[in-house]
Design a protein around this ligand. Structure first.
Ligand code: NAP
Length: 382
């Protein structure tokens, strides 16, 4: 907003032209000498055009003509880097910071824990105090908090200290929850971009090429500066070669429950088996060991968040349970046929695989209920 006061505007204009100086300090000149009659309108237009051609910045404490503010916002739109404040500087926040700093963005951070030392190493400015962070007026607030703490952290931020149009971005692994929270808590002036980099410090350790990045432009203002700021943030991932997937938060959660939640669950089940490397590991087994490594390096809180805050997760957990039961039934069904033949004497010589045993079909797709069927009979009466 253009300020009327010569003292509160952030920039002033200096020029070798006197009339420009008079224009910038209009308030002062009016108080010392009687106002002169305004020039005819066509002369005023010429004067303004000259002023626009000749200004340069020299101080930051005087009132500005409106066109100057629009120039500043043009400059911001043209600059390729952003001032990004990461809130929640744990494993994932630090992981993202490395790449953002390498790309030349000005990265700030704030977290519950004091990460000053690690921040310095990464080239990030750390703020223990959220007020101090917000007074730096970052263009983007990037929330990298745990799913469970995001509500609390977001409500504790001094939003009134930020610039009115700040872009809020999150990276939570559940998206409808994040979107609803943002829409509920943030004033309508703030822009909202919900994202989920589908990789982490393990899978994206060396390179992000061909790793999926999901985003949903939930609320982005129409003016050029806002659109371009949002695009610049998205481009940070595109530049690294990520596979860019724009989809709604609801679509993301459906897909993520079927893929990511299943992956984490299987990894954590296998972790409970305490699997060890053997002298004769197959490739498949090596992959399972990797899966255990990958999933166990994430916090349990993250896994619990995937379950609690994605409404599709419970169905997947039940399907996994049913699938396991179904597989056991299939195995035991074959065993039953073989044993029966042995007992009645007709198949005593044959102890191999029996094609007479009931075959359990695959589970119906999501949303079709969880009924199991035998021999492909959907009613399960086979
Ligand atoms: P996380 O355990 O999900 O989150 C750790 C972060 O949350 C830390 O910054 C921690 O702050 C903060 N936090 C936790 N409880 C808090 C509380 N009560 N008050 C304030 N802050 C609190 O682990 P993460 O792997 O770093 O994940 C961060 C976010 O990224 C999550 O939302 C996750 O879904 C998302 N994500 C993670 C991955 C991944 O591979 N790890 C991938 C994609 C997206 P302090 O460290 O200061 O305590």
């Amino acid at each position: 907003m253009l300020s009327d006061s010569p003292t509160i505007s952030r920039f002033s204009i200096h020029s070798d032209h006197h009339h420009l100086h008079r224009c910038s300090y209009n308030h002062h000149s009016q108080s010392h000498s009687p106002p002169s009659p305004p020039p005819p309108s066509h002369l005023r237009k010429i004067q303004i055009l000259r002023l626009r051609r000749n200004f340069q910045i020299s101080a930051i404490d005087a009132a500005q003509p409106f066109y100057y503010e629009s120039k500043i916002s043009d400059c911001i739109a043209k600059s390729k880097t952003l001032k990004i404040a990461i809130v929640g500087f744990g494993i994932f926040g630090q992981f993202l910071a490395k790449t953002l700093v390498r790309q030349g963005h000005n990265v700030l951070a704030h977290s519950r824990t004091d990460y000053s030392a690690v921040a310095t190493e990464l080239g990030v400015s750390f703020y223990s105090n959220a007020d101090d962070l917000c007074e730096e007026h970052p263009e983007v607030i990037l929330l990298c908090t745990s799913i469970l703490s995001t509500d609390k952290v977001l409500r504790s931020l001094p939003l009134q200290r930020l610039k009115r149009s700040t872009l809020f971005v999150d990276v939570l692994s559940v998206k409808e929850f994040a979107k609803d929270l943002f829409l509920q808590i943030l004033p309508s002036d703030f822009d909202i971009l919900c994202t989920h980099p589908m990789f982490g410090p393990e899978s994206g350790k060396n390179i992000w090429k061909n790793l999926p990045f999901v985003y949903d432009k939930v609320r982005i203002g129409h003016d050029e500066a806002r659109v371009s700021r949002c695009q610049k943030f998205i481009d940070a991932f595109a530049k690294e070669g990520c596979i860019m997937k724009e989809m709604t938060c609801a679509e993301h959660d459906q897909h993520a429950a079927e893929s990511q939640f299943i992956t984490h669950t299987v990894g954590r089940i296998l972790e409970k088996l305490d699997l060890c490397s053997t002298p004769i590991n197959t490739k498949g087994y090596e992959k399972l060991l990797d899966l255990v490594d990958n999933t166990s390096s994430d916090s349990f809180e993250l896994y619990y968040g995937l379950f609690m805050y994605n409404k599709n997760a419970m169905e997947q957990l039940e399907r996994l349970d049913l699938a396991f039961e179904s597989l056991k039934k299939e195995l035991f069904g074959h065993l039953h046929v073989v044993l029966r033949k042995q007992l009645v004497g007709s198949g005593g010589r044959h102890l191999g695989f029996s094609h007479e045993a009931p075959v359990l079909s695959k589970l119906p797709r999501n949303g079709n209920g969880n009924k199991l069927s035998l021999n492909g009979n959907e009613n399960g009466n086979g």
